[in-house]
Design a protein around this ligand. Structure first.
Ligand code: ZN
Length: 297
């Protein structure tokens, strides 16, 4: 059994560089099963999942990260959310009138940009925006780091759609430190590690056990490997959260909807769970007592 759906973190002793590797199978398949996405969109979602997992592992707080791509091109919108427990969920929207989607990442976007949102459980949200002006998602992410954190970062992403579908990636980053990131020796060893990582092929990454991948890449380096963390597809939606979204909507409007359709129905865009609310629910939502008495669906 291969160790998929796991995130591996490691540290290069003496090089002041951290590394991460992630490989996804079941969690990736769960997103692919949620909607009939064309292959080009599946690939973007796989890379987005991998990179969100890698970014989430760099969080120093409890909370979540969302990586969102937006454009006026064929791909309208794609987003993956991840939290510090490595629970991922995602969704994409595209122009479904287009029969044959372009294969290359950059051709899917027009006036595309990426929004990375860090939301700590306690504290201020942080949002960074960069243009999707590079040929690959990995390079766009590197551009984001160069601009926002000024930490030399390399990202490698992979996704294959033929069964079994798999996604994965690596992240290498110079640790923020006293010598700062302009030390030529430090940059040189970082470049060396990046070149090693770049030799990994998609076939090898998806075929070898995790230990073999890391050994094959870094056996001449002094690496400290941490316990891997499981990655799962899990939606964080709930009936209570959906009810919360109804607070801001006029009660009369909701009652009108119930009169016409029997209920107010809300669908989670990520997992497609339907939450249904009747007149009594709407009364208690607007009275602020929803969820305190009725546990029943
Ligand atoms: Zn959901």
């Amino acid at each position: 059994m291969q160790s998929f759906d796991q995130l591996h973190r490691y540290l290069f002793q003496g090089a002041n560089v951290r590394g991460e590797m992630v490989r996804l199978q079941e969690s990736y398949q769960a997103i692919l099963d949620s909607y009939p996405y064309p292959q080009a969109i599946q690939k973007v979602l796989g890379e987005l999942m991998a990179v969100t997992s890698l970014l989430t592992a760099t969080l120093k707080f409890e909370g979540d990260i969302s990586v969102q791509l937006q454009s006026e091109g064929v791909l309208k919108y794609a987003v993956v959310n991840g939290n510090n427990q490595q629970q991922l969920r995602g969704v994409a929207r595209w122009d479904e009138s287009v029969e044959t989607l372009p294969e290359h990442f950059s051709e899917l976007f027009e006036k595309g940009y990426m929004v990375i949102t860090l939301s700590p459980k306690d504290g201020e949200r942080f949002q960074g925006v960069v243009a999707l002006d590079k040929p690959t998602l990995a390079e766009c992410i590197e551009g984001y780091f160069a601009r926002s954190e000024q930490l030399p970062t390399r990202v490698f992403l992979y996704a294959k759609q033929d069964a079994p579908a798999m996604a994965g990636g690596f992240l290498l980053q110079i640790l923020p430190g006293s010598a700062e990131t302009t030390d030529p020796e430090e940059l040189e060893s970082f470049e060396h590690l990046a070149q090693l990582t770049e030799t990994m092929t998609q076939d090898e990454l998806f075929a070898l056990p995790a230990e073999d991948v890391l050994y094959r890449l870094y056996h001449q380096e002094d690496v400290e490997l941490f316990e891997p963390q499981s990655v799962v597809f899990k939606c964080t939606c709930s009936r209570e959260r959906s009810a919360g979204a109804l607070v801001g909507i006029d009660k009369e409007e909701l009652m009108q909807m119930i009169a016409e359709e029997g209920a107010v129905k809300m669908n989670c865009q990520f997992c497609h769970t339907e939450y249904s609310f009747d007149a009594i629910d709407v009364e208690s939502i607007h009275a602020g007592t929803f969820g305190s008495s009725s546990a029943a669906q």
